[in-house]
Design a protein around this ligand. Structure first.
Ligand code: FAD
Length: 348
C-alpha cells in the first residue's frame, strides 16, 4: 500500500477515549452527563470538560474544515494552553455527548493576523471521516452549538537542542507540522513534505524544492488522458487561490525568512496527481541539508512522521503498546531501510 492510500484514521486507537458514564455520577446522584457534571470549569483543563461555542466553520476542502471554538463567558478560557504552544505537539479532546466518546484533535497555531472570532479561540482542522462518529457529529453541528473540550495533552515534547526538522505529514498530519513550525519559529530549519489525497486539500500550494510538472508536459497529458486529467492539471501547483492551510503555511514561511538558519520550506505531494513522497526525496533532503556550519553547530536533526496510521506505519513502522501506553516501538518501514546518518526519527 502506498503512503497515501492508507486508512483515514490518524492514530485512531489512541484517539478513542471511552468516557464512563459512571464518572458523571458524582455526589448529588445522577445528573445529565452532557450538561454540568463534567463541565464545571470555565477554563480549558486536562481533567474536566469545558463548554465552548462553535463560532465558525471554514471549509478547506470538500472533506475538511477549520472549526473555531471560543468560550463565551471567559476571554482567558484558553490561557492554560499558552505553555503548550512552546513545547511541541499537543492535542485537545472533544466529546460526543450522545455516545459518550471523545476524540483527539490538534489545535492550529494562532494566525499572524486573526479576525475577531479567532482571537482567544481554538482552531482545529477536522476531516470528516466516512461514517466517523465524532468528526461526523462536528461537521453536522450548527454554528453557536456548545461543544465540550478538554486538554491540553502533550503528544511530543521537543528537545531544546533541535536544529533541523524534516516533517513527513499525511493529510491532517499537517496540523502537528504547523504546531512545530510555531514552536520552533526562531530556533530551527524545517522542511515539510505534505502528502494529501486531493489537490483541493492543499489548493494553491506550490513546492519550494520539488519540481512541479512542466506546462508542456501537462499539455501533453491533456491530449493523452482526456478532460478529467486536464482538469487535474489545471489545478496543479500554485494555479489556484490558496486554501486556509496553505495560506497559514505560506505566512509561516514568510516569517521564517527573517531569521537566518531557521527557514521553513514546504513541498506538496498529491495522490490524485500521482505524486508521492519517495525514499529518494527524503534522502535527497537529508543528504543535502548539511549546512556549511554543521561542523560547528551542535543540535539534533529530527524526522517527524505524522498522519493516518497507515502513513506512519509505511514510513516508520507501527507504534507499540507498552505497559498500557502507546510507545514508539522499533523504527520500521521505509525510513528503517535508508541511510539517515545523524537523523533521529519520531512517530507522532
Ligand atoms: C493525538 C491525535 C491527534 C489528532 N488530531 C486530529 C486533527 O487535528 N484533525 C483530524 O481530523 N483528526 C485528528 N485525529 C483523529 C481523530 O482523533 C479521530 O480519530 C477522527 O476524527 C475519526 O474519529 P471519528 O469518531 O469521526 O471516526 P470513528 O467513528 O472512530 O471511525 C473512524 C473510521 O473507522 C471506520 N469505522 C468505524 N467503525 C468501524 C467498524 N466497526 N468497521 C469498519 N470501519 C469502521 C469509520 O467508517 C471511519 O472511517 C487525531 C488523533 C490523535 C490520536
Amino acid at each position: 500500500m502506498g503512503p497515501n492510500a492508507s486508512p483515514p484514521r490518524r492514530r485512531g486507537g489512541a484517539g478513542v477515549l471511552i468516557i464512563l458514564l459512571a464518572s458523571a455520577v458524582v455526589g448529588a446522584g445522577i445528573r445529565a452527563f452532557t450538561s454540568d457534571a463534567d463541565s464545571q470549569s470555565s477554563s480549558i483543563n486536562p481533567h474536566t470538560f469545558t463548554p465552548f461555542t462553535l463560532v465558525s466553520r471554514e471549509p478547506v476542502s470538500s472533506t475538511s474544515s477549520i472549526f473555531t471554538f471560543a468560550h463565551r463567558g471567559n476571554p482567558d478560557a484558553i490561557g492554560a494552553l499558552r505553555d503548550a504552544w512552546k513545547r511541541g505537539v499537543w492535542s485537545i479532546q472533544i466529546k460526543q455527548p450522545q455516545l459518550q466518546i471523545a476524540r483527539a484533535y490538534t489545535p492550529l497555531p494562532p494566525l499572524a493576523d486573526p479576525s475577531d472570532a479567532e482571537l482567544g479561540a481554538i482552531r482545529l482542522l477536522i476531516r470528516k471521516e466516512n461514517k466517523g462518529e465524532v468528526s461526523g457529529y462536528l461537521h453536522r453541528l450548527p454554528l453557536e452549538a456548545l461543544v465540550e473540550l478538554r486538554g491540553p495533552s502533550l503528544e511530543y515534547e521537543l528537545p531544546n537542542d533541535v536544529k533541523e526538522i524534516l516533517f513527513l505529514a499525511g493529510g491532517t498530519g499537517i496540523a502537528p507540522a504547523l504546531q512545530i513550525t510555531h514552536a520552533l519559529q526562531d530556533k530551527a530549519r524545517i522542511h515539510v513534505m505534505w502528502a494529501t489525497r486531493r489537490r483541493e486539500d492543499c489548493r494553491g500550494g506550490s513546492s519550494d524544492t520539488r519540481q512541479a510538472p512542466k506546462v508542456g508536459m501537462l499539455a501533453g497529458w491533456k491530449g493523452l488522458l482526456g478532460q478529467e486529467q486536464a482538469d487535474l492539471s489545471n489545478a496543479q501547483e500554485g494555479n489556484h487561490e490558496q486554501n486556509a492551510i496553505v495560506r497559514q503555511l505560506q505566512s509561516a514561511k514568510e516569517r521564517s525568512k527573517r531569521i537566518p538558519g531557521c527557514e521553513l520550506s514546504v513541498d506538496y505531494f498529491v495522490d490524485e496527481e500521482g505524486s508521492l513522497i519517495t525514499p529518494q526525496s527524503v534522502l535527497q533532503h537529508t543528504q543535502s541539508s548539511k549546512s556549511p556550519d554543521s561542523s560547528t553547530t551542535q543540535g539534533r536533526k529530527l524526522i517527524l512522521v505524522s498522519g493516518p496510521e497507515g502513513f506512519v506505519n509505511y514510513w516508520a513502522g507501527p507504534k507499540r503498546w507498552e505497559g498500557g501506553r502507546e510507545a514508539q516501538g522499533p523504527l520500521g518501514g521505509v525510513l528503517s531501510r535508508l541511510r539517515l546518518e545523524g537523523w533521529e526519527v519520531w512517530k507522532l
